[in-house]
Design a protein around this ligand. Structure first.
Ligand SMILES: [Mg+2]
Length: 400
């Protein structure tokens, strides 16, 4: 079976969603990633632009206005697979103007060959970063297509299921609501950074101490610093927060600062460390595994290079005795199938705001057919492919 067409287009979920208006993500990246839900005492989470005062009040200002993307790969018999990603501006031309002509006519089941082709086709302009978002969308669509052609769920094609159900954690500030939903692990966004100096450290401690007090000792607690810190601030923060037994501190440095990650690893040896949502393709994970830079890898299936990249990263992690908890992995079916199948993948993250208090997780589904977390655990759909239940008319309706 050959590939007949590969096509990417910008989508707007608000056109097809029936969920409450207040929970519908807008087009800005900041809102799409759930940033608008993460506000505490008027402060959004800190980020890499924190040092420039004009961005400190509104982190959304720093993001591009590019929207989400769907990629549809169609086989000769008309069967099609769907993958999604973000950053429509640069991603759509990479797929439609470069990959498409090279991939049409290729074997529809040849995910290994096509992943390798996409890396090599983009070598001259860089296969990591925005290109790996394009690679992800095509790769996810191909895996969905493969599952549909074979009539099996993707987790079976990957050798799973490896677990009965996926233990999930929630990211955000609505701690009481997450507990009510049944989550037993919670991750707080970090609203303070080096620009807040010692006051920021004090406030960070107050936030974590108050949360630990509220959730007790039997709920795991983590902290996500979204590229906002530096080595010195991370070390001081880890020392201040030691009494609160954080399972991990996450994404504390700029993603390319590999020497910085090594410094932190050596200076706070006992603290669990996690990162990887801004690393692309398998190579940075291989280097990080060799140097044992963190304990937990957090590739995003929709950004890192799709299922094909995640499988490589899971194998690298397993060989090095590390674990994988994909970024936002429970938000859509892609990460759900990967975590269900792979032994290195231990937990699932529900982010993007989880759901506002009182709104059920079922109402937050973007892609019809997406399995929903119940009482803190998730079992993916066993329908063919990723189980995404959309037809041509739905896809046309979402197109911008
Ligand atoms: Mg994160």
């Amino acid at each position: 079976m050959k590939i007949k067409d590969v096509r990417a287009f910008e989508i707007d979920f608000s056109k097809v969603r029936s969920k409450p208006k207040s929970t519908v993500a807008k087009k800005s990246m900041y809102e799409f990633l759930g940033g608008k839900y993460y506000v505490r005492e008027g402060r959004q989470p800190a980020g890499p632009m924190e040092r420039f005062p004009k961005y400190r009040k509104d982190r959304g200002k720093a993001g591009p206005k590019w929207g989400p993307v769907a990629c549809v790969v169609e086989a000769e018999d008309g069967t099609f697979g769907v993958g999604t990603t973000v950053f429509s501006g640069p991603v759509i031309p990479i797929i439609n103007e470069h990959y498409r002509s090279n991939l049409v006519g290729e074997h529809a089941m040849a995910t290994e060959k096509i992943y390798d082709m996409m890396m090599r086709l983009s070598a001259a302009y860089g296969s990591q970063g925005v290109t790996s978002y394009a690679i992800s969308a095509v790769d996810l669509a191909l895996w969905d297509l493969k599952g549909k052609l074979l009539g099996r769920p993707v987790y079976e094609l990957l050798g799973g299921p490896q677990k009965d159900k996926i233990f999930c954690y929630a990211t955000g500030f609505d701690v009481d609501w997450y507990l009510e939903l049944g989550f037993r692990a919670i991750k707080l966004p970090m609203p303070y950074g080096p620009m807040d100096g010692i006051e920021g450290l004090r406030k960070a401690e107050a936030l974590v101490a108050e949360t630990r007090e509220r959730i007790g000792d039997d709920i795991e607690l983590m902290l996500d610093c979204w590229m906002a810190l530096d080595v010195e601030y991370t070390v001081r923060l880890a020392e201040v927060l030691k009494p609160y037994r954080l399972k991990w501190i996450e994404d504390y440095l700029m993603p390319d600062d590999m020497d910085g990650f090594e410094q932190v690893r050596h200076r706070v040896p006992s603290q669990g460390l996690a990162t990887g949502e801004h690393w692309y393709l398998a190579q940075p994970f291989s280097l990080a595994a060799q140097r044992r830079l963190v304990d937990i890898f957090q590739p995003d299936p929709k950004w890192v290079g799709g299922v094909s990249a995640c499988v490589r990263i899971c194998h690298i992690a397993e060989g090095a005795g590390l674990s994988v908890i994909p970024h936002g992995g429970m938000n859509d079916p892609f990460g759900q199938h990967i975590v269900f199948a792979m032994p290195a993948a231990t937990w699932g993250e529900r982010s993007g705001g989880v759901s506002p208090p009182g709104v059920s997780l079922t109402e937050m589904v973007d892609l019809p057919g997406t399995a929903v977390i119940e009482d803190g655990y998730l079992v993916p759909s066993d329908a063919p492919g990723f189980g995404i239940d959309v037809d041509r008319a739905w896809l046309e309706k979402t197109a911008v």
